[in-house]
Design a binder for this molecule. Sequence first.
Ligand code: HEC
Ligand code: HEC
Length: 204
Amino acid sequence: MTSRSVALAVLSVIALLGALTAAATTGTPAVDVEAGRRKAEVCAQCHGPDGNATAPGTPSIAGMPAFYTHWQLIMYRDGRRRDPQMTPFAERLGEGDLADVAAFYAAQRATARPASTDPARVAAGRPLAEKFHCTSCHGPRLLGQGQVPRLAGQDFDYLMKRLSGYKAKSASDLDGMMTMVAQGLTAADIESLVHFMASLPPAP
Ligand code: HEC
Ligand code: HEC
């Protein structure tokens, strides 16, 4: 990927973020975090009561930007993102539930997932996150923003599955940016980046 196309990609993410903000602030009812907590009770068996999951392969959603969670739930519900465990639960959420649930998880504090990261891989991954502009979209400490997810301290197996999925062009992708970014990564880059991301503190 050329640096010009990355610059354009970053700009279009910022534009999409503006569009989503405008959509969310016009005429939508106020979100209710307490209602979100009740509606998320069925999610706890996999994601934990506060959105900190423990099973390898299941993402933690505590501290995720609310827009990101909201849009991913829409994509599971519409069938644009598929997962045998996740899809049935997203399908049961009503229109008014998505924003409440997303706001509830955004308000929870993320805790680190246990991961046996290799210090040499972590050191190799750190400069790659700058080189491939991961930090331009996901934030300087990869904590996420707007429709861009938090990567810091996320489950190792899940990060590996998602990043490899974008590279293989088989992962769902809201705006196509990640599929484009991942094409420039080698298998070794992906491995190092996952060690690096999993080693970072998940909360500010
Ligand atoms: C039976 C286990 C299970 C239950 C119950 C469950 N999930 Fe999930 N969830 C998963 C798994 C596994 C994934 C990762 C699937 C994938 O790779 O797409 C996931 C992914 C997600 C994601 C995407 C996270 C990201 O970083 O992209 C969100 C958001 C989410 N779940 C929200 C919910 C909500 C809200 C509920 C309750 C209404 C719920 N889940 C119930 C297992 C579950
Ligand atoms: C142009 C902006 C942009 C850049 C640059 C970027 N990302 Fe992303 N990333 C996104 C967006 C937007 C998503 C959500 C896409 C979706 O709907 O699946 C995402 C999703 C992800 C996910 C899935 C997380 C989850 O919770 O499911 C991973 C892993 C990821 N990015 C890693 C990276 C890495 C590593 C780099 C650098 C090599 C990078 N990203 C560069 C915008 C970007």
